[in-house]
Write a protein that binds this ligand. Structure first.
Ligand code: HEC
Ligand code: HEC
Ligand code: HEC
Ligand code: HEC
Ligand code: HEC
Length: 396
C-alpha cells in the first residue's frame, strides 16, 4: 500500500503541481488574527490580498478577455492564472473533456474545476498559507515553471518562518532561508518570467535585478522591534522580535511613487535634455506589462504656457493577426522603454521658440490608455496619475 501511494505521488507531480489540502483551521487569515492581529491587518490592505479575480477589476477583465480571444472557458483560464494569483487552488490543470463540457454548458457546480475556482478557500488570494506553507522552492526547475509549479507545500498546519526558535500552540513551525537570509528566492517564485499564452516573456524581475538588496527591505519596510505573535508563549510573555511590515506596498500606493525616480534637466544648444534616473534595483516601469511613466513637459514665457508635450514610456503588445493586444496574448512587444535597474534614460526634445523656462513632471499610471480602453476598465485607480518628481530649468 505504501509503495503504491509513493508511486502515485510521483506520477501526479510529473504531470501537474501537487496539491496539499489546507485544513479549515488554517485556510483563512481570520484564523490567525487572535495571535497575529497586526500582521493580518497589514496584509489585508496589500494587493496580495486582492489578487483574487473578484477583488481586482484589471485582473478579472484580463481573464475574461483572454478567455474570449483564445476561446477557452473562463474557468480554464482562471485555473491557468491561479498558478501565481491563487496558488492554493485544488485543481491545477484542465483538460479537453472539461472544455467540451464547458462549451456545451454541461458542467455542474459539482465539477471539481468549478468547485475549485469558486471555492471560498482561495478567495483571499495570496494569503498567509501561500507564503508560509512553502516548504521547498525548486530553483533547479526550468525558468518557465512559476508559482504553484515551482514549490512544494508543507503538510497543513506547518508554518515556515524566519525564526529558528519559535514555538506556537496553534501550529507547527519550521525555519527556511527563503524566509530569512534569502527572501528574494520567495518573491521570484512569482515575480519572474511572467509570459503570454504564446510564451513571450513580458516581465522578469529576476533577470533584470541588480545587487543583493532584498525585496522585503523596501516592500515590507525595515526591520524593527515588535512581537511576532501577541500570544504569551514564553514564560507568560510574548517575545520581542525583529519584524517587518506585511503591507507589500507597491505600485498601487500613490505616496510611494514620490521620488521613486530622479530627474535632471539640461539645455544643449537647441535641445532640452531630460535625464531620468532609476535608483531602484529593478526596472521601472517593471512588473506587469502595460504600466506607464508619463513625462509632461511645459514651456513657459513668464507665467504663460507657450508649448506643451507629453511622452509616454510604456509597452505595446501585438497579438495574432497584428492586432493591438494585451501582454497575456502577445506574440510580439514594442521596444522596452523602461528605465533600467540602477540605470538612466535620456530624452531629447526640441526647444520652443520664445520659451523662457521649462517644467518637467513625471507621473506613473497603472494602465496605459490603450489597454484601459481595450478592457474597458472603469475604476479610477487605473487611470490616476501618481506624482513622482518635478523639475524646472531657466532657458534664458
Ligand atoms: C508574499 C509572502 C507573504 C505573505 C502573503 C505573508 N507573509 Fe508573513 N512573512 C513573509 C516574509 C518574507 C517574512 C520574513 C520577513 C523578514 O523578517 O525579513 C514573514 C514573516 C512573518 C512572521 C514573523 C514576524 C515578522 O513579521 O517578520 C509572521 C508571524 C508572519 N509572517 C505571519 C504571516 C501571516 C499571519 C500572514 C497572513 C495575514 C502572512 N504572514 C502573510 C512573507 C509573507
Ligand atoms: C493561538 C495563537 C496563534 C495562532 C491562532 C496562530 N499563531 Fe502563528 N505563532 C504563534 C506564536 C506564539 C508564534 C511564535 C512567535 C515567536 O516565537 O516570537 C507564532 C509564529 C508564527 C510564524 C513564524 C514562525 C517562525 O518559525 O518564524 C508564522 C509564519 C506564523 N506563526 C503563521 C501563522 C498563521 C499563518 C496563522 C493562521 C493560519 C497562525 N500563525 C495562527 C501563535 C499563533
Ligand atoms: C504566490 C505568488 C507570489 C509570491 C510568492 C509573491 N508575490 Fe508579490 N504579487 C503577486 C501577484 C499575483 C501580485 C499582483 C496582485 C494584484 O495586483 O492583484 C503581486 C503584487 C506585488 C506587489 C505590488 C503591490 C502593488 O501595490 O502594486 C509587490 C510590491 C509585491 N507583490 C512584492 C512581493 C514580495 C516582496 C514578495 C516576496 C516576499 C512577493 N511579492 C511574493 C504574486 C506573488
Ligand atoms: C531599494 C528599494 C527597492 C527594492 C530592494 C525593491 N523594490 Fe520594488 N519598487 C521600489 C520602488 C521605489 C518602486 C516604485 C514605487 C512603488 O511601487 O512602490 C517599486 C516598484 C515595484 C513594483 C511595481 C512595478 C511597476 O512598474 O508597476 C513591483 C511589482 C516590485 N517593486 C517588486 C519588487 C520585487 C519582487 C523586488 C525584489 C526582487 C523589489 N521590488 C525590490 C523599490 C524597491
Ligand atoms: C508567473 C506568475 C504569474 C502568472 C502565471 C500570472 N500572473 Fe498576473 N501577475 C503576476 C505578478 C507577480 C503580478 C504583479 C506584477 C506587478 O504589479 O508589477 C501580476 C499582475 C497581474 C495584473 C495586474 C494587476 C493589477 O492590479 O495591476 C494582471 C491584470 C494580471 N496579472 C493578469 C494575469 C492573467 C490574466 C494571468 C493568466 C493568463 C496571469 N496574470 C498569470 C504573476 C503572474
Amino acid at each position: 500500500m505504501k509503495l503504491f501511494l509513493a508511486s502515485s505521488l510521483v506520477v501526479s507531480s510529473l504531470f501537474s503541481a501537487e496539491v496539499v489540502e489546507v485544513q479549515k483551521r488554517f485556510e483563512s487569515s481570520q484564523k490567525c488574527k487572535v495571535c497575529h492581529r497586526r500582521i493580518v491587518e497589514e496584509w489585508s490592505k496589500s494587493w496580495h490580498a486582492k489578487s483574487h479575480f473578484e477583488n481586482d477589476e484589471y485582473f478579472r477583465k484580463t481573464l475574461e478577455y483572454v478567455s474570449r480571444k483564445t476561446r477557452k472557458s473562463l474557468n480554464a483560464v482562471k485555473v491557468q492564472c491561479a498558478t501565481c494569483h491563487n496558488p492554493r487552488i485544488s485543481v491545477t490543470k484542465t483538460d479537453i473533456d472539461y472544455e467540451i463540457a464547458a462549451v456545451m454548458g454541461l458542467t455542474s457546480d459539482d465539477d471539481p474545476v468549478n468547485k475549485a475556482v469558486n471555492s471560498k478557500a482561495i478567495s483571499e488570494g495570496i494569503n498567509c498559507v501561500v507564503c508560509h506553507n512553502i516548504d521547498k522552492i525548486h530553483d533547479e526547475y526550468d525558468k518557465s515553471k512559476r508559482g504553484i509549479n515551482r514549490v512544494e507545500w508543507t503538510p497543513s498546519g506547518v508554518m515556515t518562518g524566519p525564526y529558528k526558535d519559535a514555538k506556537s500552540p496553534y501550529h507547527k513551525v519550521v525555519s527556511h532561508e527563503f524566509m530569512n537570509t534569502n527572501p528574494n528566492k520567495l518573491c521570484f517564485v512569482c515575480h519572474a518570467n511572467d509570459r503570454s499564452v504564446y510564451g513571450l516573456v513580458f516581465t522578469d524581475m529576476e533577470s533584470e535585478y541588480i545587487g543583493k538588496k532584498t525585496c522585503v527591505s523596501c516592500h515590507m519596510g525595515p526591520k524593527h522591534k515588535d512581537v511576532a505573535a501577541t500570544f504569551k508563549m514564553y514564560n507568560g510573555k510574548a517575545k520581542m522580535r525583529m519584524v517587518r511590515k506585511h503591507g507589500f506596498v507597491g505600485a498601487h500606493t500613490p505616496s510611494l511613487w514620490k521620488d521613486a525616480l530622479e530627474l535632471e534637466l539640461k539645455r544643449q544648444k537647441d535641445k532640452l535634455l531630460i535625464k531620468i534616473k532609476n535608483p531602484q534595483p529593478h526596472n521601472i516601469p517593471s512588473g506587469f506589462g502595460s504600466r506607464e511613466i508619463l513625462v509632461e513637459v511645459v514651456y513657459k514665457k513668464g507665467s504663460t504656457t507657450v508649448g506643451q508635450k507629453t511622452l509616454s514610456l510604456t509597452r505595446h503588445y501585438i497579438r495574432r493577426h497584428k492586432k493591438v493586444g494585451i501582454a497575456h496574448l502577445a506574440v510580439k512587444q514594442s521596444k522596452d522603454t523602461s528605465i533600467k535597474a540602477h540605470g538612466e534614460k535620456i530624452v531629447r526634445l526640441p526647444l520652443v521658440n520664445g520659451a523662457e523656462s521649462v517644467e518637467v513632471t513625471l507621473y506613473y499610471r497603472l494602465v496605459n490608455d490603450e489597454v484601459r480602453t481595450l478592457l474597458d476598465l472603469k475604476e479610477q485607480i487605473w487611470s490616476k496619475k501618481n506624482f513622482i518628481v518635478k523639475s524646472s530649468l531657466d532657458l534664458r
